[in-house]
Design a protein around this ligand. Structure first.
Ligand SMILES: [Fe+2]
Length: 292
């Protein structure tokens, strides 16, 4: 069994330092096999923000796999944005922007959906590239077939049920088709600062749904109606995924109430697929005082 921590949108330095310290203490008290960070490590891609994010991640007692988000490429220094947008990423976080990590149970593949430019004025929207997906086929071909396949990207592949008009990543359908074809069982993403789970139906008989798990922001003070939260996941060789959402209640991290999401899944779905233990991120009305 492989134990993972998934956190997203940590946005140094727009963070609550109390939350950061408590998160560090909690993770280091029970470190997972791998910590996954699905983008937006900084707020404005400033050097001091990158330095703080890198120092935080290196203070955690587990390997870290991180992919960039839209906030991690500068929109202030345009020359840098267009010529070498990941220079600070490579200096302070990792040489890789699309890393891979494997053990004897899982293969985790990072994908970069941040783009230095987009049609229109909103450059925060992410997109999968066609060549990128083509390369992904090759990456999966090279990975052992028996490993449970996990993809990490910043931008969401589905909108939350209660806010269906929110933007999702460009070429989401093509990406999901590519993931399905390559036997991906789990996608981890962020960006919206909202936690929800979507079971993406797979037309092909006999295949379990592709589980897409979106994380809220773990440490940022820019909350979108939900408290800070992060995920602990356990994945075993049969592809069973257990998810625990841990939210900040104003004093401590605690597991929050259980609810299954992904309502677009038919009720009579056949399945030897083990539904994950999905635990709800408290909504604004349930959030402890002072949050949301
Ligand atoms: Fe983002």
């Amino acid at each position: 069994m492989t134990r993972l921590v998934h956190m997203s949108d940590i946005h140094f330095e727009r963070v609550d330092p109390v939350v950061v310290e408590a998160l560090r203490a909690e993770i280091n008290a029970d470190p997972p096999d791998l910590i996954i960070v699905s983008g937006d490590l900084t707020q404005h891609a400033y050097r001091h923000e990158y330095r703080a994010a890198g120092a935080f991640l290196r203070s955690l007692n587990a390997p870290v796999l991180a992919v960039p988000g839209n906030h991690d490429i500068t929109y202030i220094h345009l020359a840098q944005r267009f010529l070498d947008p990941y220079a600070r990423w490579r200096r302070f976080i990792s040489r890789e922007i699309e890393p891979t990590w494997t053990d004897d149970t899982v293969a985790v593949v990072g994908l970069n959906t941040a783009r230095r430019m987009a049609w229109g004025f909103d450059w925060s929207k992410g997109r999968f590239g066609l060549r990128q997906l083509h390369r992904l086929n090759k990456r999966f071909e090279a990975l052992p077939k028996e490993l449970f396949r996990i993809v990490v990207a910043h931008h969401p592949l589905h909108a939350p049920e209660h806010a269906p008009d929110l933007d999702i990543v460009g070429r989401a359908d093509e990406a999901l088709a590519c993931f399905r074809k390559n036997g991906v069982g789990l996608v981890l993403a962020g960006h919206l600062h909202r936690g929800y789970v979507h079971a993406h139906e797979i037309a092909q008989e006999g295949l379990p749904p592709l589980l897409v798990i979106q994380a809220s922001t773990a440490t940022s003070t820019r909350l979108r109606g939900e408290p800070n939260a992060y995920h602990r996941l356990e994945v075993d060789k049969s592809g069973t995924v257990a998810l625990e959402v841990r939210a900040w209640d104003g004093r401590a991290w605690r597991q929050v109430a259980t609810r299954e999401q992904g309502a677009r899944r038919p009720k009579d779905e056949p399945g030897d697929f083990h539904r994950p233990q999905v635990v709800e991120v408290a909504g604004r009305e349930n959030a402890p005082a002072g949050l949301g």
